[in-house]
Design a protein around this ligand. Structure first.
Ligand SMILES: CC(C)(COP(=O)(O)OP(=O)(O)OC[C@H]1O[C@@H](n2cnc3c(N)ncnc32)[C@H](O)[C@@H]1OP(=O)(O)O)[C@@H](O)C(=O)NCCC(=O)NCCS
Length: 151
């Protein structure tokens, strides 16, 4: 397995990885992702075939410093159970450490045994029992605008 860092890849390159994502890559989102130095994308290749990926986001808080958030992890079905997921987690840990992050974290479904097993194999910390809440906005008509937090 060859793990390549495609964090700064152009949208055309990211489009070739679409089969690994939940949905096809969107060019504007791919460009924004690639242009942002806090976004990371590591891709595992098996004989030049993209077989899996892990994405991460560096998050910084004034009183804490910077940590890595594991945004997504996925291995294409034919390549599963070959320790590719574990290798991707370990590669992101190594990158986070090299960037000076103080830690890494991920949220996953409590019954996702494959993910839990992989994070454990990749040296995760202890599970914490927290609840994740999500807000979903309708962006079909563009951003709402006008939210000036400085006034
Ligand atoms: C989770 C996922 C990335 C794991 O990738 P993988 O390359 O198959 O994982 P690994 O081979 O590194 O597995 C490491 C360990 O995790 C555990 N594990 C992996 N898949 C498992 C499964 N289907 N059932 C139970 N345990 C599993 C095993 O302990 C395994 O070690 P072993 O094979 O020596 O027994 C892959 O199953 C996947 O893409 N799932 C769908 C997407 C997803 O759920 N992503 C996580 C979202 S947070």
């Amino acid at each position: 397995v060859d793990i390549r860092d495609l964090s700064n890849a152009a949208p055309d390159t990211i489009a070739t990885l679409g089969h690994l994502f939940d949905d096809a890559a969107v060019p504007t989102a791919s460009r924004r992702f690639g242009d942002d130095p806090n976004h990371h994308l590591l891709v595992a290749f098996v004989e030049d075939t993209p077989a899996g990926f892990i994405s991460g986001v560096e998050m910084t808080h004034p009183d804490k410093g910077t940590e890595m958030f594991v945004y997504e992890l996925g291995v294409d079905e034919p390549f599963r159970r070959r320790r590719i997921g574990t290798a991707l987690v370990e590669a992101l840990v190594a990158k986070a450490r090299s960037l000076g992050c103080f830690g890494m974290w991920v949220a996953t479904d409590a019954d996702n045994e494959a993910a839990l097993g992989t994070y454990r194999a990749g040296g995760s910390g202890e599970p914490e029992h927290q609840v994740v809440l999500t807000w979903t906005f309708d962006t079909s008509a563009g951003p709402d605008g006008a939210a000036n937090l400085h006034t």
